[in-house]
Design a protein around this ligand. Structure first.
Ligand code: PEP
Ligand code: MG
Length: 756
């Protein structure tokens, strides 16, 4: 290739004209490849498009045998073209036939060409095809020529993505772009959602690709980069950076990237080649993303996400578009797809339009997931590639039961899920009907069905679920979604709101349970423990920081003025902790009564049983408190030495095993003997089979997520409890700790038509 005929700017102008002309797609494509070949003084220019069956099909060519168009094809990874597509990197060869990957396609007649330059056609980091130029002479294409061909490839990517080329595909064959994809993740919140993709922090669709005047465009880019840098500096100087979900270190990294010379230079080059500043950002980002996709180093991949965010911010600067515009374009069945997001950001979306949430990251205990669960949104997390595989508006299904996500699902998958949703809706209706029925077993034993809550958004569920009260109010959630420690007034306001909503039904407030996996970004003291689950957390922490505990107790006492107040202490290890906490409470009561505050009519103090040491001091504990509540999540974690957040071992041991059930029974018996009310508020209470086991060993009060109330109630209303109690008594008494209790319970339920 000699000197280029007019350079990339002229070529881009020609392409723009071709795109605007009323041409049939094939004709347009033919003219495009001819234009590229001429401009780049190449004898050959060919475009290969990636199909859903992983074949790269020749869609147009200038120079190769025209009869091979739509016939010649290579597998992904096969030949030079397949290698480029698989690696998402250009290949620049002076003698193509010497390359080990070279594959000869006789129908094309390409044997006479030696030099070869191929670039991937990329969009948002996804490979859609390959664009190639070839020359007879052996030559090495210059860097600026590679850059120019990549720029052209980006224009072609838009044509593919907008569906222009789909019209050229043979019947029954699909382009990769529209291929149905099923992705596996982890189920974070149950339920099934059908709807359409809304990319959170969406890749802004750049429509103006070509610039009129490079100098002017460079100026725009510079201005946008300046305001981007300024906005990052501003963010860094804010006190509440943590609230934005980005820690300071990340923002510092952003600042570094925004000043990264290589990045800025590549952006400028793309503008010099004729792209608009927006298209330049998109192009540089796409190239970078495609390259990084193949990297396994988690540190580098994480840096990629930072660049992604940065590019999005820059695009928004350039297009003058704030996040407000987002809410308006949300469809009525939106499924949010995000890499990760802050809890507050989710609440910005109109709740009634949301059908599900898909996260590339996230953990069952991350804030966003807690909030998603609170508002009952089917959620799947840890779905790798979800963002780059989706386009805004794509049909999508989220299965929060088995952790699957189906993008652009085929008809039969969609039909199966629509049926699943209808089935769930029918079941939901049945639960609704049960709502006002008494929660009594078939043989007439009343069970207290309580719900767990933690945020104001949970409150409407109290009436909707028909729960008898709130058995566990996790007060730390308010602290977790806040930017800084909530002030006493904010705490009091929330507690009052909760008690008002409960309208006389009992509410048990648990004092802040932070530490462990519940980290407050603004509370630096609690970070960096080697073994946080066993560390400085919950009551240990609040007894050491009495200011924190006092403030909360004061807020609770004031909010409950004239009503009953139930408080519960998390992670108690020894009875002395209860006494110390009681001393703090007494002091606050004295303080408030000195100032003639309206005090609660009655005060009840309870302890959570989560640490095994309490099992050998149950009598003393029950003397010291008004009630106890078993936190089976933590108790099981500590009894079996199994990290509750570690998905690798999450299912390894079964809480419905003889030893653990014997232990739970021991607690309930101690309660009966001392006349101390016992309840259980861990996840065990919320699954029908395990709830059945709990009732069978003597529990008469259980507290669970609101969505579980219906199914558990449906189960217990059909349950002959006395019969089950006898069965459990026998199973736990036997000299076999390995009896399969789960199977026993299932059999029992099946033979008596008990819905599980
Ligand atoms: C538990 O440990 O069972 C419990 C209810 O508390 P949390 O899940 O909030 O730790
Ligand atoms: Mg706990």
């Amino acid at each position: 290739m000699r000197d280029t005929a007019g350079g990339p700017r002229v070529l881009l102008r020609r392409l723009r004209e071709l795109m605007a002309e009323a041409l049939e797609p094939q004709e347009r494509l033919d003219r495009i490849v001819r234009e590229i070949a001429q401009n780049m003084v190449a004898e050959v220019c060919s475009l290969y498009v990636l199909r859903a069956d992983s074949m790269l099909e020749l869609y147009a060519t200038e120079g190769l045998n025209p009869g091979s168009v739509h016939l010649a094809q290579l597998r992904l990874g096969q030949g030079l073209v397949g290698t480029i597509a698989a690696s998402a990197r250009p290949l620049n060869l002076s003698d193509a036939q010497k390359h080990p990957a070279f594959a000869y396609l006789p129908e094309t007649g390409e044997e006479i060409y030696h030099s070869f330059l191929g670039v991937p056609v990329l969009r948002a980091g996804r490979t859609l095809g390959v664009l190639v130029v070839q020359n007879r002479t052996m030559r090495h294409y210059r860097e600026d020529e590679v850059e120019a061909l990549e720029t052209v490839a980006m224009v072609i990517a838009e044509m593919i993505a907008t569906g222009d080329l789909a019209r050229l595909t043979r019947p029954g064959i699909e382009l990769d772009m529209s291929r149905p994809v099923s992705l596996n993740g982890l189920p974070f919140n149950e339920g099934v959602g059908l709807g359409h993709v809304v990319l959170h922090e969406p890749r802004i669709v750049v429509t103006a690709l070509f610039n009129e005047d490079s100098d002017e465009e460079l100026q725009r880019l510079e201005t946008a980069l300046d305001s981007l840098r300024l906005s990052i500096d501003n963010m860094l100087s804010r006190r509440d950076v943590a609230f934005e979900g980005e820690h300071r270190a990340v923002l510092e990294a952003y600042r570094m990237f925004a000043n990264d010379r290589g990045w800025v230079r590549r952006l400028q080059e793309a503008v010099n080649n004729g792209l608009t500043a927006e298209a330049a950002v998109e192009k540089v980002q796409s190239d970078m993303r495609a390259r990084m996709l193949h990297m396994t180093d988690p540190y580098l991949r994480e840096r990629m996400s930072d660049f992604d965010d940065l590019a999005n911010r820059l695009l928004r600067q350039l297009m003058g578009r704030g996040p407000d515009a987002l809410a308006e374009i949300v469809p009525k069945d939106a499924i949010i797809v995000a890499r990760s997001m802050g809890a507050a950001e989710l609440l910005d979306y109109p709740r009634q339009k949301l059908r599900g949430l898909v996260l590339e990251e996230g953990a069952p205990t991350s804030h966003i997931v807690i909030v998603a669960r609170a508002i009952g949104l089917p959620t799947v997390g840890q779905v790798k590639g979800a963002v780059s595989m989706s386009e805004n508006g794509d049909a999508i299904i989220v299965d929060g039961e088995d952790g699957q996500v189906h993008l652009r699902p085929q008809g039969d998958v969609e039909a199966a899920y629509a049926e699943k949703v209808r089935f769930r809706a029918r079941r939901q209706k049945h639960y609704q009907e049960l709502r006002d029925e008494p929660s009594e077993t078939k043989d007439g034993v009343h069970i207290d069905m309580m719900m767990n809550a933690g945020l104001a958004v949970d409150l409407p569920q109290l009436a909707q679920s028909g729960a008898d009260g709130i058995g566990l109010f996790r007060t730390e959630l308010q602290f977790m979604v806040a930017a800084a420690f909530p002030r006493v007034e904010a705490q009091e306001r929330l507690y009052r709101e909760v008690l008002d909503a409960a309208d006389g039904k009992p509410v048990t407030f648990r004092t802040i349970d932070i530490g462990g996996d519940k980290v407050l970004p603004y509370f630096k003291d609690s970070h960096n423990e080697e073994n946080p689950a066993l560390g400085w957390r919950a009551i240990r922490l609040t007894l050491d920081r009495p200011g924190l505990l006092r403030t909360q107790i004061r807020a609770l006492l004031k909010a409950a003025g004239g009503r009953e107040l139930r408080m519960m202490l998390p992670m108690v290890t020894e009875v002395a902790e209860v006494r110390q906490a009681r001393a703090v409470i007494d002091r606050e009561v004295r303080h408030l009564s000195r100032f003639a505050h309206h005090l609660p009519t009655r005060l009840k103090l309870g302890a959570m049983i989560e640490v095994p040491s309490l099992l050998w001091q149950l009598d003393e504990l029950m003397q010291a408190v008004d009630f106890v509540s078993v936190g089976s999540n933590d108790l099981f974690q500590f009894v079996t030495a199994t990290d509750r957040g570690n998905t690798r071992i999450a299912d390894r041991f079964d809480p419905l095993s003889v030893p653990f059930l014997r232990l739970l029974r021991q607690i309930v018996k101690a309660g009966e003997a001392s006349g101390t009310p016992v309840t259980l508020c861990g996840e065990l209470a919320g699954r029908s089979v395990s709830a059945m086991a709990l009732l069978g060993i003597g529990y008469r009060s259980i507290s669970m997520a609101p969505a579980a109330i219906g199914p558990v109630k449906a189960m217990l209303r059909e349950l002959p409890l006395h019969e089950l109690s006898a069965l459990m008594e026998e199973a736990l008494a036997k000299h076999s700790a390995s009896t399969d209790i789960r199977a026993l319970l299932r059999q029992f339920a099946e033979s008596r038509d008990i819905p599980l």
